[in-house]
Design a protein around this ligand. Structure first.
Ligand code: ADP
Ligand code: MG
Length: 384
């Protein structure tokens, strides 16, 4: 197999200036809280997306990927909502957003190679954006990779690319994880102000493994339902007279819920408020090394997402129920829901049995086989 720089050279007729990469992520807890100004707790995956790139002295972006057939050539000043369309929007959008933010970026030749499974809820989109942002920062001398503040600027540009150019109305958690996570730590991310702190997450010391199961399911309702959940949260915040639901965390929950007019809004709000509280409970349990408590909180989170927020699905519930009945310390869906991935906290000696049981449960239910793999907390975007 030719290397990524070799393939780049074949495609563009010259060597790349370098290769940059950024990780996918799994969120340990704090789901559907980012757009409520809440808390999340992602780790960076060992799975990364690489971007081989060279700087141009014009404004042209040439964009190709080893995972996609389509490629594009577009000038930065032609980039706009929906243009270019498809996957190249995630790349072109980053250069557009950096220029919008006042940075002097020029054109790039880009070839992408991603190891993050696409569309599995493991954030291949942010890994892609952030690998490109890392390349742009170094190739145009922006110096933004060198500091936490600079990385915040890059993460914000990547989020704008995803929201404004690719048209996916996501919160900022994925890009923050790809820019700020460190090995053997989870990132406690405060989505209200973007502040983050590192929380020790070294399961080896406890002989425990974090197992990710990609259900390979993706239900068509995901996009519309995501928008509907965001709308419900905005409506509830409006009715409660606050900017975001984060503001009611810490107030008596029964009083908050009593002020809402219908059961659905009450359940959506209850999920968001209790989920934000659970993030700090997991942080405390991790600091105390109490993984049984972390696992218990995973299950409570899953039930809240399933019953109150209604974003789970058959496949995700099956992973969680099977893992827990096989002795996992806990399990939950992760990511937006309606498919994607689940995580289980499993004693090292039980991993094979839990994995086999999940596969067997899917076979019995006549569902396509899921893919499970153990992960460790890995590193953020950097030059390779
Ligand atoms: P997730 O981020 O959970 O993987 P998304 O739907 O947010 O799911 O992003 C997946 C999309 O990101 C893909 O459909 C594709 O458009 C783009 N993408 C991610 N990685 C790559 C890659 N290596 N090459 C081309 N496009 C990619
Ligand atoms: Mg994504």
């Amino acid at each position: 197999m030719p290397s990524l720089p070799e393939t780049f050279a074949d495609l563009y007729g010259h060597a790349p200036d370098g290769v940059w990469s950024a990780p996918g992520r799994v969120n340990l807890i704090g789901e559907h809280t980012d757009y409520n100004g809440g808390l999340a707790l992602p780790i960076a995956l060992p799975h990364r997306t690489s971007c081989a790139a060279s700087a141009r002295d014009d404004d042209v972006l040439r964009i190709a990927s080893l995972q996609e057939e389509s490629s594009v050539e577009v000038r930065i000043d032609e980039v706009s909502a929906g243009h270019p369309s498809g996957w190249t929007a995630y790349v072109a959008g980053v250069l557009w957003a950096l220029r919008e933010a006042g940075y002097a970026v020029r054109g790039l030749d880009v070839l992408v190679d991603g190891q993050v499974p696409l569309g599995a809820g493991l954030s291949s989109s942010a890994a892609l954006e952030c690998s490109v942002a890392a390349a742009a920062s170094e190739l145009f001398g922006l110096g933004l990779l060198e500091s936490a503040e600079g990385r915040e600027v890059l993460a914000a540009a990547c989020q704008r690319a995803e929201n404004d150019i690719a048209g996916a109305p996501t919160g900022g958690m994925d890009q923050a994880a790809a820019m700020h996570c460190t090995p053997a730590h989870a990132l406690r991310l405060d989505c209200r102000d973007g502040a983050s702190t590192q929380v020790p997450f070294d399961l080896d010391a406890h002989d425990v493994v974090l197992l990710v199961t990609d259900t390979r399911a993706s239900h068509a309702l995901a996009d519309g339902q995501y928008g509907a959940r965001r709308d419900s949260c905005e409506k509830a915040a409006d009715l409660l007279g606050v900017a975001t639901l984060r503001e009611v965390v810490g107030r008596p929950l029964d009083e908050t819920l009593a002020a809402l007019p219908d059961d659905e809004l009450r359940r959506r709000t209850r999920h968001v408020v209790t989920e934000i509280e659970r993030v700090d409970s997991v942080v405390d349990a991790l600091r105390e090394g109490d993984l049984a408590e972390v696992g218990r909180l995973f299950v409570v989170s899953h039930e809240s997402l399933r019953d109150d927020y209604e974003v789970s699905c058959t496949e995700l519930d099956l992973v969680v129920d099977t893992a827990v009945s096989e002795g996992a310390l806990g399990a939950r869906m992760t990511g937006g829901g309606f498919g994607g991935s689940a995580i289980s906290l499993v004693r090292a000696g039980d991993v094979d049995r839990v994995t086999a049981a999940i596969e067997e449960a899917f076979t019995q239910a006549r569902l396509a086989p899921p893919v499970s793999f153990a992960v460790t907390a890995s590193d953020s975007a950097h030059r390779d």
